[in-house]
Design a protein around this ligand. Structure first.
Ligand code: SF4
Length: 389
């Protein structure tokens, strides 16, 4: 652990590097806790380049905490649509409402109050408080963990509780008390740009002289790899209805009391958002989808709907590997289903939908274009589907 003059020099060099070379990002330089909070939530498990346009669009629509707290949830999800991990958006809005109700709309500045907000964990609370309020809380996320592990040549499972605590102690000890906000961002920036998981660029590193892993030539080997969780394969079949006007049918976010449980939809496809009728299967996807549509009262008993396969869509969420098989079902009129909405298949994002649902829509449109069939096909004459038009 660095102490005394070495620690002072370490802090000085890292801060100077950060202030000169930090990336130009839209949330840099702001002390507005609402903006800092929004950026931290959006950056969870999401790359910086992906977040930038969403961050800007979100602020245009919800420029402050009050606007976010007062908006309909569906509108918040629509603006978030495509960024993934939608519980973040729901929690963000619930926390904004909490702040309005419990703190008169002023973002709290005490750690325990920030930790009490929906969706805010230890890392996020510390990041917001240090950046927006200059509170002396050191952060510990994946980037910081890697940098600290290399600086101190720490081996083993970094997420084991004892080792994690030791690294949090190091982060606290290294924290620059004069500029905690810049300091936390500097360590994270080092981890994101130079001290990267693969091939750290030690020759360009502003604190290379303090790094034990570099001295021992083991920077590439740290942090040590942990066993991967076994991947679970999930196969889903999705029904993409298309009527004569090019409209499709989306089901609302699954509720606990829905007869079709989330496990049948495939949680990843629905993400608690609007989605195509979807079911998991092992054998024949069409047979399973037919019976699923019957359960939803979207299929007539004759079973005459025609299912036209589109290209499979593959998606990975943490340890789940998902394959979706979309089937276009051309009908004269869309089935009438309580709670479902009719939207243009080419513009399903008028409702909040997941990226996977969008990709399924695109795959279906591409398949229709390939077969040179108009999307607005005419239903087989014998097919009778209940409708409400
Ligand atoms: S010297 Fe290399 S391994 Fe050490 S902190 Fe810098 S980039 Fe990371």
């Amino acid at each position: 652990m660095l102490t005394g003059q070495a620690l002072a020099a370490f802090r000085k060099q890292l801060l100077a590097w950060f202030r000169q070379f930090q990336r130009d990002l839209p949330w840099r330089g702001t002390r507005d806790p609402y903006r800092v909070w929004l950026s931290e939530i959006m950056l969870q498990q999401t790359r910086v380049a992906t977040v930038v346009p969403y961050y800007q669009r979100f602020l245009e629509r919800f420029p402050n905490l009050h606007a976010l707290a007062a908006a309909p949830e569906e509108e918040v999800l629509r603006v978030w649509s495509g960024l993934g991990y939608y519980s973040r958006a729901r929690n963000l809005q619930k926390a904004a409402q909490q702040i309005v109700a419990e703190h008169r709309g002023e973002f709290p500045s005490r750690l325990e109050d920030v930790l009490a907000l929906r969706g805010v964990g230890n890392y996020t609370a510390r990041a917001i408080l240090s950046i927006a309020f200059e509170k002396t809380h050191a952060v510990l996320d994946g980037n910081v963990l890697r940098v600290l592990a290399r600086l101190g040549a720490v081996r083993g499972d970094l997420r084991a509780s004892l080792r994690w605590q030791e690294l949090q102690d190091s982060a606290d000890a290294y924290l620059d008390r004069e500029s905690p906000g810049d300091w936390n961002q500097a360590v994270m920036e080092l981890g994101a740009t130079l001290c990267t998981p693969k091939s750290p660029q030690c020759l360009l590193c502003p604190v290379a002289q303090f790094c034990q892993a570099r001295k021992w030539g083991i920077a590439d080997l740290l942090p040590e790899k942990q066993k991967k969780r076994v991947t679970v394969e999930l196969r889903l079949a999705a029904a993409v209805f298309a009527d004569e006007r090019g409209r499709t049918l989306l089901l609302p976010p699954p509720q606990r009391h829905n007869p079709e449980r989330l496990v049948d939809y495939g949680a990843a496809l629905a993400s608690n958002l609007w989605h195509f009728p979807t079911v998991s299967f092992n054998g024949d996807p069409i047979a399973k989808l037919r019976s699923h549509l019957r359960k939803l009262q979207m299929h007539n008993q004759d079973g005459n709907l025609q299912f036209v396969a589109a290209d499979k869509v593959r998606h990975t969420v943490t340890y789940r590997s998902i394959t979706v098989e979309p089937f276009r079902i051309s009908v004269r009129k869309l089935p009438c289903v309580k709670g479902a909405k009719r939207v243009p298949l080419r513009e399903i994002t008028v409702l909040p939908v997941s990226n996977l649902t969008r990709t399924v829509a695109r795959a279906t449109l591409a398949a229709a274009a390939k077969q040179s069939e108009p999307l607005e096909c005419v239903e087989r004459p014998e097919t009778r589907i209940p409708h409400s038009d």
